[in-house]
Design a binder for this molecule. Structure first.
Ligand code: NDP
Ligand code: HSE
Length: 436
């Protein structure tokens, strides 16, 4: 059988890794796929860089449009990134009847519904294992391995850069800026690193996971997104003292009145496996009604780990290329005419436990007024610590953990507490998840 011919768009961090892995493991991959898979054309803005990597083994293009329109290409791999030209190239590849493999979570979270509809019309596959969790086969697990289950919730560390930053800050006491520069140098960070730090990249990935878990369309615009840029060493320290670690989690849950879709820093009990996931590693907990909790762990970013997922998709597409389209795994795990209209819950309607830290004047009656406000807002306190004031210091930190409370009630209570003359500055709120 003739080799499957691939057109690679973008030979940067992930594209370079994909080139390497596919060439290095060509024999193994051929035995798995049943035929050879060969990158026949490569497009990159920087043709000289591409020439050094490819070394005459593929046709080079500066213009990616030439690759998506080349009649000899069966599968296009999009590894340019972003939602501009990448979207147009992917849609054109589909229009040309080519299958697509992409690692571009931003593209799928924002335009996935349109892309999958176009692919369905043309009977082509769009594979995207590398878009979530780097090398972890989480998409395959959700679409296939867990197909028997009614998924209850997913909670994951799905941004390697922010986990790397949190780990290095805690372990080595390095500054935020130092660690971010290191993550960029290692090729973990997005082209715009604020996507990593402010939770946007994690929200892109969570949007994909949520769609696969609950059989709903991609709804990135409804995701609640809060990043790690405002976390302080003080909160990391207090959390540790109380037996918790702070992680940037993406959480999607089937709640009675809708689906939660939220990314934010989260206190997780230190004894949970996921609390001990460090560096660029990702981990995703999926709770199914039959299987219970399952955990998927591995490198969430980087050249070769991400290439591992891209190449696995190439193998999958190659195996199914001649299959009847009706018998392929649906893009979003559920049949396209079976997607559900369950709404995404607004953040105000979500219930979580919370960590609240406030700085107050060390005077009689201050605590009583704060606890009165919390009680008025139907917020029950689970634990509380008041730190000793320093020598000559008039202000003390109070840290509280609450039981489950409705987000909009917590918002109102925080606003009232911040208006008290005995409270200094803002109240810090970090949500807490037991993950049981
Ligand atoms: P890079 O920036 O390293 O690579 C992108 C490549 O595409 C660069 O070589 C760039 O060239 C080239 N390029 C840009 N525009 C064009 C164009 N119009 N035509 C042809 N080539 C072009 O990005 P990554 O490899 O890190 O990321 C690629 C995708 O993979 C993104 O969607 C990203 O989100 C995703 N991803 C990345 C991971 C990682 O660990 N890095 C992990 C998982 C997913 P030039 O440099 O000259 O601009
Ligand atoms: N910037 C992303 C991260 C790359 O740090 O997780 C992997 O998707």
């Amino acid at each position: 059988m003739r080799a499957i011919r691939v057109g690679l768009l973008g030979i940067g961090t992930v594209g370079g890794g994909t080139w390497d892995v596919l060439n290095r493991n060509a024999g193994e991959i051929r035995r798995r796929a049943g035929r050879a898979i060969r990158i026949a054309r490569v497009a990159d803005k920087d043709v000289n860089k591409a020439r050094r990597l490819v070394d005459g083994k593929a046709v080079l293009h500066k213009d990616a449009w030439e690759v998506v329109r080349a009649p000899d290409i069966d599968i296009v791999i999009e590894l340019i990134g972003g939602t501009g030209i990448a979207r147009d190239l992917v849609l054109e590849a589909i229009a040309q009847g080519k299958h697509v493999v992409t690692a571009n979570k931003a593209l799928l979270a924002k335009h996935g519904n349109r892309i999958f509809a176009a692919a369905q019309k043309k009977d082509v596959m769009v594979a995207f294992e590398a878009s979530v969790g780097g090398g972890i086969p989480i998409i395959k697990a959700l679409r296939e391995g867990l197909a028997a289950n009614r998924i209850e919730w997913i909670a994951g560390i799905i941004n390697g850069t922010s986990n790397f930053i949190l780990s290095e800050m805690r372990d080595k006491g390095l500054s935020f800026a130092q660690v971010l520069a290191e993550a960029q140098a290692r090729g973990y960070a997005e082209a715009d690193p604020t996507f990593d730090i402010e939770g946007v990249d994690a929200a892109h990935k969570l949007t994909i996971l949520s769609a696969l878990a609950f059989g709903i369309p991609m709804q990135f615009g409804k995701a609640y997104t809060e990043g790690i840029s405002k976390l302080t060493q003080a909160d990391i320290g207090y959390a540790e003292e109380l037996g918790y670690r702070i992680k940037l989690l993406g959480i999607t849950r089937r709640a009675p009145r809708g689906i939660e879709l939220r990314v934010h820093p989260t206190l997780v009990p230190a004894r949970r496996l996921i609390a001990n996931v460090e560096g660029v590693m990702n981990a995703i907990l999926v709770k199914g009604d039959a299987v219970g909790a399952t955990l998927y762990y591995g490198a969430g970013a980087g050249s070769q780990p991400t290439a591992s997922a891209v190449v696995a998709d190439l193998v999958d597409v190659t195996r199914l290329i001649t299959a009847d389209p009706e018998h392929r795994v649906p893009h979003l795990a559920f049949q396209p005419d079976q997607l559900s209209a369950t709404p995404i819950l607004p953040m105000g309607e979500v219930e979580t436990c919370c960590y609240l830290r406030m700085r107050v004047l060390d005077k009689p009656g201050v605590l009583a007024r704060i606890t009165r406000i919390l009680a008025d807002s139907r917020i029950s306190i689970d634990a509380m610590v008041q730190k000793e004031p320093g020598e000559g210091e008039q202000r003390v930190d109070i840290v509280m953990l609450t039981h489950l409370a409705l987000e909009k009630n917590v918002d109102k209570a925080i606003a009232r507490i911040e208006r008290l003359p005995t409270v200094v500055g803002k109240v810090t709120r970090i949500r807490l998840e037991a993950l049981l």
